[in-house]
Design a protein around this ligand. Structure first.
Ligand SMILES: *Cc1c(COP(=O)(O)O)cnc(C)c1O
Length: 381
C-alpha cells in the first residue's frame, strides 16, 4: 500500500503489522543469520544480516518513501553513508565539487581519505551556481551540496545545481540532514542522491548514531546496495529500530523546531550582544528567496555571531543551561556549541575555517519561554 501524506508515510511505510504475530511495531530482529528450509531455500528472502535485516529493511523502505526515492539504505553513521556513496560513484582520477563551508566531517573525508584514494575535489561557494559551473572539469563525477549548510546556514539552489551537474554528466548529491525530508525534498528538485546523518532530525532523540542514502533511481540504488553489503558499514537492528521510532514523529517535531527557532531568532536579532543572526527564514538572509522556494519551513538550526568576539561566544556556550553544551543537533533537547573549537575544528587554517565569534544553536522542542529566558541569562553580564 502507498500513502500520500508525509506523516502517514513516516508512520506506516515499510511498517506493516508483523505477518506472524500481528506486532504493530516492527520487531528488533537481533539476529545475524536466518534458518533455511533447504540449501538456498530462504523463508523471507533473508540470509545474512550484513546483506539485509528485516528491521533495517523497514527503515530503508520508510526512508525511501519519505524522500520519494527508488531505494533507501541505512548505515552505521552519516559518515559511513557518505564514504560508501563516494566510493561507489567516484574512483581514482575522478573529481567532486563540495561546498566551501561543508560539514567538517565531509571536508575531512575528502581532504584525507578520498584524497589519498585519488579522488580530487574543489571547495566552492555554492550559493553562486555559476561558481559551481566554473569548477566543473571533464573528470567531475559529482556535485556534493549541503543546504542549509552547517554551521553557516547558507542556502544553495538545488534545482539550479542539478541542471549544472546533469549538463556535465555528473550526479547531484544533497546532504539533507539540516532540513530533513519533512522540510525539503531534493529528489523532486532534480537531485540524484540524498545523504543523511539520521543521528540528527530523523532519529531526533540524541540516542543513536546512523546514516542513510536515498537514490532517485533504482539502478544507482542497486549499485549502492551492493557497496553497502560489500563494505559492510550497515545500521544494526537496534539502531535501525530506534531511528524508525524517531522517524514516526518527524513532522510534529519539525513543526515545533521551526516555531521555536523563529522565537529564538526574533529574540536574538534584537539583542545588543549579537552582531548577526544567521537563519534562512530572515528576509535579509542572502538565501531567503531560494529557501522559501525549496523548503516548506526554515528549520531548527540558528547560528549567531557575537559582538564580543570569540570570548563572548565561548561565554555564551558555557553559561547556557537549558541549551546543553555539546556537539550534534536535531534532537528534542536544545544544544549549543562553538563550531570553531568543536565540530569544525578540523577546518582550522583551511579555506573552510569558520569565524571564531560564531555560536551554533540546535533549537529543541522545549517550551519556547524557557529557551528564551536561558539565552537572556547566558548573554547577560
Ligand atoms: C552530523 C552530520 C554528518 C555526519 O553524520 P554522522 O552521523 O555524525 O556520521 C554529515 N552531514 C551533516 C550536515 C551533519 O550534520
Amino acid at each position: 500500500m502507498t500513502f500520500d501524506g508525509f506523516d502517514t508515510r513516516a508512520i506506516h511505510a515499510g511498517q506493516e503489522a508483523d505477518a506472524g504475530t500481528g506486532s504493530v511495531v516492527v520487531p528488533i530482529h537481533q539476529t545475524s543469520t536466518y534458518a533455511q528450509d533447504s540449501v538456498g531455500g530462504l523463508r523471507g528472502g533473508y540470509e545474512y544480516s550484513r546483506a539485509a535485516n528485516p528491521t533495517r529493511s523497514a527503515l530503508e523502505e520508510c526512508l525511501a518513501a519519505l524522500e520519494s526515492g527508488a531505494r533507501g539504505l541505512a548505515f552505521a553513521s552519516g559518515m559511513a553513508a557518505e564514504d560508501t556513496l563516494l566510493r561507489t560513484i567516484a574512483g581514482p582520477g575522478d573529481h567532486v565539487i563540495i561546498p566551501d563551508d561543508a560539514y567538517g566531517g565531509t571536508f575531512r573525508l575528502f581532504s584525507t581519505v578520498l584524497q589519498r584514494w585519488g579522488v580530487s575535489w574543489d571547495a566552492v561557494p555554492q550559493t553562486d551556481p555559476e561558481a559551481v559551473r566554473a569548477a566543473i572539469r571533464p573528470e567531475t563525477v559529482a556535485v556534493w551540496t549541503e543546504t542549509p549548510t552547517n554551521p553557516l546556514l547558507n542556502v544553495t539552489d538545488i534545482a539550479a545545481l542539478a541542471g549544472i551537474a546533469h549538463e556535465a554528466g555528473a550526479l547531484l548529491v544533497v546532504d539533507n540532514t539540516f532540513a530533513s525530508p519533512y522540510l525539503q525534498q531534493p529528489l523532486a528538485l532534480g537531485a540524484d542522491v540524498v545523504a543523511h546523518s539520521t543521528t540528527k532530525y530523523l532519529g531526533g532523540h540524541s540516542d543513536v548514531v546512523g546514516g542513510a542514502l536515498v537514490a532517485a533511481d533504482a539502478e544507482l540504488g542497486e549499485r549502492l546496495a551492493f557497496h553497502q553489503k560489500t563494505m559492510g558499514a550497515i545500521a544494526g537492528p537496534f539502531d535501525s529500530w530506534l531511528t524508525l521510532r524517531g522517524v514516526k514523529t518527524l513532522g510534529v517535531r519539525m513543526d515545533r523546531h521551526c516555531a521555536n527557532a523563529e522565537r529564538v531568532v526574533r529574540e536574538l536579532s534584537e539583542h545588543p550582544a549579537v552582531r548577526e543572526v544567521l537563519y534562512p527564514g530572515l528576509a535579509d538572509h542572502p538565501g531567503h528567496k531560494v529557501a522559501a522556494n525549496q523548503m516548506s519551513g526554515f528549520g531548527g538550526m540558528v547560528s549567531v555571531r557575537l559582538s564580543g568576539g570569540e570570548d563572548a561566544a565561548l561565554r555564551l556556550c558555557e553559561r547556557a543551561r537549558v541549551f546543553t553544551l555539546g556537539e550534534s543537533l536535531g534532537g528534542v533537547e536544545s544544544l549549543i556549541e562553538h563550531p570553531g573549537r568543536m565540530t569544525h575544528s578540523s577546518t582550522a587554517g583551511s579555506a573552510l575555517e569558520v569565524p571564531a565569534d560564531l555560536v551554533r544553536l540546535s533549537v529543541g522542542i522545549e517550551a519556547a519561554e524557557d529557551l528564551l529566558a536561558d539565552l537572556r541569562q547566558a548573554l547577560a553580564g
